[in-house]
Design a protein around this ligand. Structure first.
Ligand code: NDP
Length: 243
């Protein structure tokens, strides 16, 4: 007979990378409110009250290892991983430097691989895990000026689906959330004209909010989503429909 969890989350341990601002911060706060014990990593900044903040640059394997050691000591093995940290270095293909490509791939794709690989160890042992990778509508639609970013974000789909196949029999699911345009620091730099142009293309007619993404992640992390794996959940107001 299984014991009923004390909270909707069963008090599980969740890690959100890039949990100090924007979408990641909202996800960390939401999981905390849902009863998870939450750790959040980033290179700088603070995390919501009640969340364990752990400094970690995901481009550095040693820092990833050290962060997981701290989280396991303070909270226990990570049962829910939300790989959210990401960067952009936008420019047109002809102008894109190797460094623009490398930085984005190393953070968004390889950095995600590093945390997924490390988290999977404890998940396999526990025979339970929820992995949610934060991709982008751009990974599926493509975007002029974002060859590096789009490649990194579509790479996450192949990663999640392969992990879903490798670890499914151990009770681990792996899914992708693909946000559309969400109001954060990343989109605040867009001009009013560009925002108006985007709004015209979005069926619901406006940019999304960070909580729209947190809601989707909370659903995929929950016990009720145990039969969903290898899925790409667009949260984009209909922008990418058809992919
Ligand atoms: P922000 O720029 O506001 O936040 C990015 C987060 O990633 C920060 O917490 C940052 O922390 C962290 N981060 C970046 N590089 C590293 C690194 N090397 N090591 C550890 N942490 C790192 O972005 P958003 O909140 O807007 O985006 C969050 C995710 O959602 C990203 O993956 C983004 O690609 C994706 N997304 C966003 C959309 C949007 O419209 N905003 C649309 C689609 C997808 P710090 O700098 O302190 O290290």
């Amino acid at each position: 007979m299984s014991t009923a969890p004390e909270t909707p989350s069963g008090g599980r341990v969740a890690l959100v990378t890039g949990g100090n601002r924007g979408i990641g911060r909202a996800i960390a706060a939401r999981l905390l409110a849902d009863g998870y014990r939450v750790a959040a990593t980033s290179r700088n900044g603070d995390v919501p009250e009640g969340v364990l903040g752990v400094p970690c640059d995901i481009t550095d394997q040693e820092q990833v290892e050290a962060a997981f050691a701290t989280i396991e000591k303070e909270l226990g093995p990570v049962e829910v991983l939300v790989a959210n940290a990401g960067i952009t270095r936008d420019t047109l293909l002809m102008r894109m430097k190797d460094d623009d490509w490398d930085a984005v791939i190393d953070t968004n794709l390889t950095g995600t691989f590093r945390v997924v690989r490390r988290a999977s160890r404890g998940m396999m042992k526990a025979r339970f895990g929820r992995i949610v990778l934060i991709s982008s509508v751009v990974g599926l639609l493509g975007s002029a000026g974002q060859v590096n970013y789009a490649a990194s974000k579509s790479g996450l789909v192949g990663m999640a689906r392969s992990v879903a196949r490798e670890l499914g029999s151990r009770g681990v699911t792996a899914n992708v959330v693909a946000p559309g345009f969400i109001s954060t620091d990343m989109t605040d730099s867009l001009s009013d004209d560009l925002v108006a142009k985007y709004n015209a293309q979005i069926p619901v007619g406006h940019l999304g909010a960070v909580d729209d993404i947190a809601n989707a992640v909370a659903f995929l992390a929950g016990d009720g989503a145990g039969y969903i794996s290898g899925a790409v959940l667009p949260v984009d107001g209909g922008l990418g429909m058809g992919h």
